[in-house]
Write a protein that binds this ligand. Structure first.
Ligand SMILES: [Zn+2]
Length: 294
């Protein structure tokens, strides 16, 4: 569903509530507290009541949309914009597009990112993998043809990608053997790695005794048949265009949330309706403003 279709469907708060209801409970409403499917409607209060535990709840109860003064219509538009925009969208743009203050836009976007957070059990990459490291936040100087330039390293990110598949990445303090092994262990399905391609950084030698590991020699040959890390490098360029373009400054503290957003969008890039997937999962990872405002 594109933005125009969404805006047309939710031209009132009532319709926005109905829309979210369908997305959240495609098979019928269930009690968020006890899971019971027999629910009565308290139409006058825009609420539901569970026949079993008598819990009264609204369509936004327990979701990222709950407990704010922002209209649900605006929330749904923000979700749609974030899900659809390949390179990400800035809080400044959201501020202008939906008519909220900048801090509100920023807060809304972080709540949406919290619903994009990958569960541990989704992070089980397998098959032919590429792993690479990159740095964000530092200043790049003298980049150009034949001039590698100097980069003041800021925050390091490790990433692993399946050939033509899903990606996982994580911000780390440094790219030592321990960080690399910790991250790989959490991201890949043990025993299901056909091969893992990396660059020739010494830390990746830790893989030699654990996975079928092939370092790629970028100096001799940038692409040697199947032996390359083009997939993860493509993801890095997407991430960096987003961070440098839409977000300008991403503090190290908030970087993991932006990574959640870019991973989510990348891993759902082939989904037919990523908006409904996101809204179906919007109950998870509810975060309070106080957790963000520090
Ligand atoms: Zn109940």
């Amino acid at each position: 569903m594109n933005l125009i279709e969404l805006v047309t469907q939710i031209d009132s708060e009532e319709k926005a509530r109905k829309f979210l209801e369908k997305m959240r409970w495609p098979k019928g409403i269930v009690c968020p507290r006890c899971g019971h499917p027999h629910i009565s409607r308290l139409e006058a209060y825009h609420k539901f009541e569970c026949a079993k535990c008598e819990y009264q709840f609204s369509v936004t109860a327990g979701t990222i949309f709950h407990g704010t003064r922002v209209a649900l219509r605006k929330w749904l538009i923000v979700v749609s914009l974030m899900v659809e925009s390949k390179k990400g969208i800035s809080a400044k743009q959201i501020e202008r597009t939906i008519g909220v203050s900048y801090p509100t836009a920023w807060y809304m976007m972080h709540r949406v990112r919290s619903a994009m957070k990958t569960d541990g059990n989704e992070a089980s990459l397998f098959g032919i993998l590429e792993m690479d490291e990159t740095y964000v936040g530092g200043k790049e100087r003298g980049i150009g043809p034949g001039r590698p330039g100097k980069r003041s390293k800021n925050t390091a990110i490790l990433g692993i990608i399946e050939r033509n598949g899903r990606v996982q990445c994580r911000a780390v303090q440094n790219v030592g053997m321990r960080e690399i092994m910790d991250f790989a262990t959490s991201a890949v399905r043990h025993g299901a790695v056909d091969v893992i391609y990396t660059d020739q950084m010494a830390s990746y030698r830790i893989f030699d005794s654990v996975y079928p590991h092939k370092p790629v020699n970028h100096v001799v040959s940038f692409v040697d048949g199947d032996i390359h890390t083009n997939g993860i490098e493509g993801f890095w360029s997407l991430l960096k265009r987003g961070i440098n373009g839409a977000f300008h400054h991403v503090s190290a503290e908030h970087l993991p949330r932006y990574l959640d957003e870019f991973m989510w969008r990348f891993n759902h890039r082939r989904g037919s309706d990523s908006l409904s997937i996101l809204l179906h999962g919007c109950e998870r990872h509810h975060i309070a403003y106080s957790e963000l405002a520090s």
